[in-house]
Design a protein around this ligand. Structure first.
Ligand SMILES: Nc1ncnc2c1ncn2[C@@H]1O[C@H](COP(=O)(O)OP(=O)(O)OP(=O)(O)O)[C@@H](O)[C@H]1O
Ligand SMILES: [Mg+2]
Length: 298
């Protein structure tokens, strides 16, 4: 299957005055149609930077990002507007940023359709029913809980039938129960409307509830964890080895990242010997005597 999102050696450098911050350092990522996947990583690792690029809100400095055949490095202003309006939907952590406070839930869902020149009240109602809010059509944001407001936000993001839904810490401000409901809505709308969903989170229990999650470390994808089977509705989220498989990501140039805890445990510095044996690749730290390059070499 062809990926719907493909990032290849993606680099993002922010320049402020004389200072440069390399937020993405050659990141590779593929996401397949109708996946519900998560990106996790420590604060400052580049999660929002990646999502902003995928959402067409920011441009990569180098490398490529392609979403649904749109090359995000080469969009004109006009194309960027169309891309943001028709191809991707966005859900923010800040609940208030997603909704217009003085409009009802249904009116909120109509806003992106009106901007697109086609207000379809029946579709707005269907979307709100799909996110479990058929009984809240005429409530304003202040008359709803945080979790309900985030579910309205999902309906808004789906209003123009995007191919991809991007959510930056959508449950960051919610309690566990509401977070779980929001996650179920993501799964549900993905199945129902065939939309691909990328969720940024630093909550691991959230990550273990999706089909697959990829960890970003220092602006690069490092480890990927895949669920063996989809989570059933209402099932407890478990994080044991029986339910997930963990992989180290190999980048497009064949580079491998060894997790820091392994490097520390074996005292690995900058070299390893590599051997192939019985269909396996064996990496061995050099013996202590060979650890330092010989003095003649320096
Ligand atoms: N607009 C910007 N200008 C300059 N530097 C930025 C900008 N946005 C992000 N950065 C820097 O880029 C790096 C990655 O930031 P990013 O917001 O992507 O991290 P994050 O993984 O989303 O973190 P968090 O979990 O705290 O939201 C950080 O060092 C940050 O300070
Ligand atoms: Mg962020």
């Amino acid at each position: 299957m062809e990926p719907i999102i493909s990032c290849d050696n993606l680099v993002k450098i922010y320049r402020i005055a004389e200072l440069e911050v390399m937020a993405l350092q050659g990141l590779d990522l593929k996401v397949y149609p109708q996946e519900v996947m998560a990106i996790i990583g420590a604060s400052g690792s580049g999660k929002s930077t990646l999502l902003n690029i995928l959402g067409g809100l920011d441009e990569p400095t180098a490398g490529s990002a392609v979403v649904a055949d749109w090359n995000l490095s080469r969009l004109t202003r006009k194309q960027r507007l169309i891309y943001k309006r028709d191809i991707v939907g966005f859900v923010w952590q800040n609940v208030a940023r997603n909704l217009v406070p003085y409009l009802t839930a249904q009116e909120n869902v109509l806003v992106p359709m009106i901007l697109n020149g086609q207000a379809d009240r029946a579709w707005a109602r269907e979307l709100l029913e799909a996110v479990g809010l058929g009984h809240r059509l005429h409530h304003r944001p202040l008359e709803m809980s945080g979790g309900e407001q985030q579910r309205v936000a999902i309906a808004i993001a789906l209003a123009n039938r995007p191919k991809v839904l991007l959510a930056d810490e959508p449950t960051g401000a919610l309690d566990t129960k509401s977070s779980r409901q929001v996650l179920e809505v993501f799964h549900d709308v993905s199945h129902r409307y065939g939309v691909t969903i990328v969720i940024v989170t630093h909550d691991r229990s959230m990550a273990y509830a999706v089909d697959r999650f990829v960890e970003i470390r220092d602006g690069k994808t490092s480890v990927e964890t895949v669920r063996r089977r989809p989570l059933e509705v209402g099932e407890e989220v478990s994080k044991d080895e029986a339910s997930h498989d963990e992989y180290v990501v190999l980048d497009s140039a064949g580079r491998l990242q060894i997790p820091p805890e392994y490097r520390d445990a074996l005292g690995i510095k900058d070299r390893l010997s590599v051997e192939m044996e019985d269909g396996k690749i064996i990496l061995t730290p050099p013996a202590a005597s060979q650890e330092e390059p010989s003095s003649q070499a320096t």
